[in-house]
Design a protein around this ligand. Structure first.
Ligand code: AP5
Length: 221
């Protein structure tokens, strides 16, 4: 099964991606995590991405498509995939479509809907593990010990782009550049929408309901 998770920054894509991917038995990736890995390793791509990510704007399509589609190609034969945060522009959606033509296209696009007010609260309190990337929230999902990951003991940190000014920019970029994709996938018949404001488990159950049953093949734009 080939699934994409769409939603504004802080919608809960990362929180839900692991559980959903495990449940349907496919590998998953977050384009943001791939970029942050390049940042940590100080690669050429990481240095390029940093200047965009710090401002809360999208990294250009050419490098993003090359990076994510490389990951997808490496996982051919693994029964599908779940993509968190890709595609985010019409150009990325077209590149993914073209690459998937011979494999029957994408099966499901799940849009996680959350109000702006909740997004801002979530991002302001988010903490991430430097080691295993598990996400916590100071208020909604606190770690057992302050500043320490429950799973691996790694140090918790706040992302640079969770600063208030970057969050405002990221939400606007989502509305301008990514939200139109929701309509695109709705027209193609594979879109399912989920209320992302309930408890984590409830949102997870709604995503699993959305993934149950396979969508028909959709037509290319
Ligand atoms: P990326 O890392 O993808 O960030 P994002 O899309 O802005 O999404 P986030 O990771 O901020 O939020 P999320 O939806 O995963 O929420 P989470 O589960 O953590 O991208 C970062 C940057 O990389 C971009 O700005 C861009 O520069 C670049 N980039 C990435 N992909 C790109 C692409 N395709 N093209 C171009 N550039 C790209 O949850 C947030 C918080 O809420 C957490 O603290 C969590 O614990 C909490 N929470 C989650 N669910 C719930 C719940 N149900 N109830 C209460 N709390 C909850």
């Amino acid at each position: 099964m080939k699934v994409i998770l769409i939603g504004p920054p802080g919608a809960g894509k990362g929180t839900q991606a692991a559980r959903a991917a495990e449940a349907i038995g496919v590998p998953r990736v977050s384009s943001g995590d791939l970029f942050r890995d390049h940042l940590r390793r100080d690669t050429e791509l990481g240095r390029l991405a940093r200047s965009y990510m710090e401002r809360g704007v999208l990294v250009p399509d050419d490098v993003t498509i090359m990076m994510v589609m490389g990951w997808v190609t490496d996982r051919e034969g693994e029964g599908g995939f779940l993509l968190d945060g890709f595609p985010r522009t019409p150009g990325q959606a077209e590149a993914l479509d073209e690459a998937m033509v011979e494999q029957g296209g994408i099966d499901r696009a799940v849009n996680i809907k959350v109000s702006r007010e909740v997004l801002v609260r979530r991002l302001a309190g988010r903490l991430i593990c430097r080691n295993c990337q598990t996400s916590y929230h100071k208020e909604f999902a606190p770690p057992r010990n302050e500043d320490e990951c429950d799973l691996c003991g790694g140090e918790l940190y706040q992302r640079d782009d969770d600063r208030p000014e970057a969050v405002v920019k990221r939400i606007q970029v989502y509305l301008d550049e990514t939200a139109p994709l929701v309509e695109f996938y709705r027209r193609s018949g594979i879109l399912r929408e989920v209320d992302g404001e309930g408890a984590v488990e409830r949102v997870g159950d709604a995503i699993m309901d959305a993934l149950n049953g396979r969508a028909g093949r959709r037509e290319l734009p």
